[in-house]
Design a protein. Structure first.
Length: 178
């Protein structure tokens, strides 16, 4: 029995240090691999951020340009050249322009915040509603010029430019990111 105990003790003397060395190596290598994976992930995030930053900034620029283009005062400047003599002809042209500009910029929603996109959609609808409400209050024999004046008068009376709040919001959001 002494010989068996001695053999077991000899085996434990060799195996125990090997297990300790294995355990320490396993822990060190695992930690090193986690650190390496974290570093690689951080580098990938930095690369993605460096690629996305210009795209995000461009999206905000495009949305502000969209809002400027659909502002009632710019629509009036663009389409009230005297060729459209009817209120409804001018309203239809302005509304089609707003919808076309919006459709052209739909992909920008990927790059701006949900709240920013929602505000842009609401403002687009407010501009269209302004066109409809103003056209509906116009006398039958009104001209496109009368319609344009009525839009401006309504904005002055309400003391609000529909697109300005969205432009201000997007500018503030850009300042948070950059």
């Amino acid at each position: 029995m002494d010989q068996l105990a001695q053999n077991l003790l000899d085996i434990v003397k060799y195996i125990l240090p090997s297990l300790v060395v294995f355990g320490v190596c396993y822990v060190l290598i695992s930690k090193m691999m986690e650190d390496n994976a974290s570093r690689i992930q951080l580098e990938m995030r930095k690369k993605t951020a460096s690629l996305m930053t210009p795209l995000k900034l461009q999206a905000y620029e495009r949305m502000i340009l969209f809002l400027e283009r659909i502002s009632p005062q710019n629509l009036i400047k663009q389409y009230n050249d005297g060729t459209l003599s009817t209120v409804y002809g001018l309203k239809h042209l302005m509304e089609a322009s707003v919808n076309q500009e919006f459709s052209h910029n739909l992909s920008q929603q990927i790059y701006i915040s949900n709240q920013g996109w929602n505000i842009v959609k609401v403002v687009k609808e407010e501009v269209i509603q302004l066109l409809h409400n103003t056209a509906d209050t116009m006398p039958e024999n009104s001209t496109g010029l009368d319609f344009s004046k009525a839009i401006i008068d309504r904005m002055i009376a309400e003391n609000k430019i529909p697109t300005q709040k969205a432009i201000d919001f997007l500018k503030a959001e850009i300042n948070l990111y950059f």
